[in-house]
Design a protein around this ligand. Structure first.
Ligand code: SF4
Length: 335
């Protein structure tokens, strides 16, 4: 399996990292090679807080309260991937009323225009005109600032939200007259956006995913359906891996020396697409087997998983309470 490139820039060791994921149930390869890849790199050397963003999952047209099974299926995939609750703090956002209190205090100091100018707000507002939508980036700021988070792994599309969190941190520091909040920095993910079965970005909403714990025969079937280089119409037409969505999966799954041989075979039409996909399955299936194996061990002890989240939630709560206490004091509110 390809090593993930380190997110850039590299934060100093032991810096605090805060990151959340919306609970959508079992995760897919796009999640693994995106967010989870960054988390796995950071957890050995940083103070990581990873949370289930279930309030965020309730923002948007038609959004519902996430099912508990969806929450724990996702946590199970975190653990299957190698997220270690002994090293990282795992918790659930909605169990932390401190986020809501901080959100309120931040809201009192945040100009409306700052929220209205966040990219995407105006378009989404048309279909879902709610205060929750307007306040969504501010709740994200509260998620980070509650722990005085210093680094936040983000995709390019989230960098405007993080910029807002930085502005809000500066504003609050002025309000309390001290550097209570660090300005959180972006760790831009260097991981590629994985294409799904239809060649578009892998996502549940498109129904084009391969699950981390997909059964082997389903993975092989799904790979067989994937489109390839559109210019390779017949078996003897030479292809170009750069034009082929299957290649993006090879890049994160197949060892480099094998990839070189495959690329040469594609360009010279020495190999067919079925052979190429077969070799991809050979690289991918052992990874998925490892994830299924780890998940199965946790599935036998569901209480243990709940306990891990419980312990994480307790630690997160004590950190957030300390922040809120300092903030109340700084603002002159009664303790
Ligand atoms: S041989 Fe592989 S890389 Fe080349 S077009 Fe076929 S599937 Fe894609």
């Amino acid at each position: 399996m390809k090593n993930h490139n380190p997110p850039t820039p590299s934060p100093p060791a032991a810096a605090r990292v805060v990151s959340g994921m919306r609970p959508t149930g079992a995760l897919h390869l796009g999640h693994f090679h995106g967010v989870l890849g960054s988390w796995l790199q950071l957890q050995p050397t940083h103070d990581c807080l990873f949370f289930v963003a279930d309030w965020h999952a309730m923002t948007g047209a038609g959004a519902r309260v996430p099912r508990e099974e969806a929450v724990y299926e996702m946590v199970l995939d975190w653990l299957a991937a190698g997220i270690d609750p002994a090293r990282a703090t795992l918790f659930i956002q909605s169990r932390m009323p401190e986020h809501a209190e901080l959100f309120t205090l931040l809201a009192l100091h945040t100009p409306l225009a700052w929220l209205q100018r966040v990219p995407g707000f105006r378009e989404k507002q048309a279909s879902h005109p709610s205060y929750g939508l307007l306040g969504y980036p501010l709740l994200q700021a509260a998620d980070i600032l509650a722990y005085r988070g210093e680094w936040v792994p983000v995709g390019q599309d989230q960098s405007a939200h993080l910029e807002l969190a930085r502005e809000v941190a500066r504003r609050m520091n002025l309000a309390v007259g001290s550097a209570l909040f660090p300005e959180p920095q972006a760790l831009l993910s260097a991981s590629p956006r994985l294409p799904g079965l239809d060649g578009h970005k892998m996502s549940k909403s498109r129904g084009n995913t391969i699950a981390m714990r997909e059964a082997p025969e389903r993975t092989r079937d799904k790979l067989a359906q994937m489109p390839t280089d559109p210019q390779r119409v017949r078996r003897h037409d030479p292809g170009e891996p750069a034009r082929c969505p299957v290649w993006a999966l090879h890049e994160v799954s197949t060892p480099p020396d094998q990839r070189e041989a495959l690329a040469a075979g594609c360009r010279s039409a020495r190999i067919g697409c079925l052979d190429c996909k077969g070799q991809l399955a050979d690289a991918l299936l052992p990874q998925q087997a490892r994830w299924r194996e780890r998940a199965a061990a946790y599935q036998e002890q569901p209480k243990q998983v709940h306990w891990m989240v419980e312990m994480g939630t307790e630690r997160a709560r004590s950190l957030a309470r300390r922040t809120l206490k300092d903030l109340r004091q700084g603002l002159g509110l009664h303790a």
